[in-house]
Design a protein around this ligand. Structure first.
Ligand code: NAP
Length: 325
């Protein structure tokens, strides 16, 4: 089974899904074999077991279609098997704006709504109109934005694992309204040395930041951020501030978002890994695998971090990748 974490992983059965018909066939095959159907994209956000008892579908349904929605908005319908970053570049080339800050996020389009991908102040949910899914019985449904129940790195699709995403409907803008609030974005743009920046410059700046800070899975196998940033109460944030001194905090939906990377760093985990599994020094939220073949060993390392953060700070860290067993 493909996975960017670089572990050996086999499934009972499976296949590549290039059309909705092939998906329906695979659903039937899984049902008849009494196996769960698990659909993956590039395997960039999973921790697979060495032997997973499941039917694995590798999502590759292609297609991107655009339709003018109003004077300054265009609807983009994109199939789940398209590469996310290729979609960002497709939109950029056509003057459709909104996704610039989400450049270079790994994975396929179908995975994007599941965890409501976000980076540098932009969330997928900001642009979603609807998501098409097929349920276990093969019935097609279109969920509007509200029905997707998007929140921080979360959606209804994390709970409704019987739904397979087939298409995403986005509404993008023909006017470029850059979001530059995150640290490093303005300075990365300045480093490009252009007097008046365009959307392509912002995409290049985001790509430069990510390349500098995040490990390339082809050289340093990893599954991206291993933990979700915790959202806590104001009281908890105050307690942590008095415990730790300085602390990054951001208001999110009437609560406080903390940086999981900062907590992991303050607990000393940058230097507490082994030769084979450790946190990435420039971004300790990412766990890199330098030689483990078993996902279980990587998970044990992640559980140790979770336990330590809970004990030191009474903050619970949720795993971001899906763990397949
Ligand atoms: P950073 O600048 O070190 O900041 C740490 C955390 O603080 C980030 O995760 C971010 O939360 C939050 N943050 C920073 N500035 C903020 C602001 N102005 N308003 C609200 N929240 C703010 O972060 P980083 O690790 O370099 O990451 C930068 C961006 O890349 C983040 O958006 C992050 O989600 C994304 N990223 C994604 C992955 C991945 O594997 N999927 C890995 C690394 C980074 P948010 O995460 O909510 O934005």
């Amino acid at each position: 089974m493909p996975n960017t974490l670089g572990v050996q992983a086999q499934a009972t059965t499976g296949g590549v899904i290039r059309s909705v018909e092939q998906l329906t066939k695979l659903q039937l095959q899984a049902l008849e074999s009494d196996l769960p159907l698990i659909v993956i994209g590039d395997g960039s956000n999973i921790v697979p077991a060495n032997q997973t008892r499941a039917c694995i579908g590798v999502m590759r349904i292609p297609g991107i279609y655009t339709r003018k929605a109003s004077a300054d908005a265009v609807c983009v319908e994109v199939a789940a098997g398209e590469s996310w970053h290729a979609l960002v570049l497709f939109c950029l080339a056509r003057g459709l704006h909104g996704l610039e800050n989400l450049a270079l996020i790994p994975g396929r389009v179908g995975a994007a709504p599941i965890q409501n991908i976000g980076a540098y102040g932009v969330e997928l949910a900001d642009y979603v109109q609807a998501v098409d899914v097929i349920d276990r019985e093969g019935s097609h449904h279109r969920l509007n934005r509200d029905e997707c129940e998007f929140s921080y790195r979360d959606s209804v699709f994390k709970r409704r694992t019987d739904l397979v995403v087939t298409h995403l409907h986005l509404e993008l803008c023909t006017e470029f309204r850059p979001i530059l609030d995150y640290p490093g974005v303005r300075s990365a743009l300045e480093q490009l040395g252009v007097a008046q920046f365009k959307a392509a410059d912002l995409v290049n700046a985001i790509m430069a930041i990510r390349r500098e800070k995040l490990p390339d899975p082809l050289r340093e196998p990893n599954a991206g951020s291993f933990f979700v940033n915790p959202i806590v109460s104001f009281d908890t944030a105050d307690r942590l501030r008095s415990q730790l001194g300085d602390l990054q905090t951001y208001t999110y939906d009437g609560r406080v978002k903390l940086s999981a990377a900062e907590l992991i760093d303050k607990a000393g985990w940058k230097s507490r890994g082994s030769k084979k599994v450790s946190c990435w020094p420039q971004q300790p939220l990412v766990i890199v695998n330098r030689g483990e073949t078993e996902a279980e060993k990587i998970l044990q390392f992640a559980y140790q971090i979770q336990e330590d953060i809970q004990q030191r700070f009474q903050v619970s860290l949720e795993l971001e990748p899906s763990v397949l067993s």
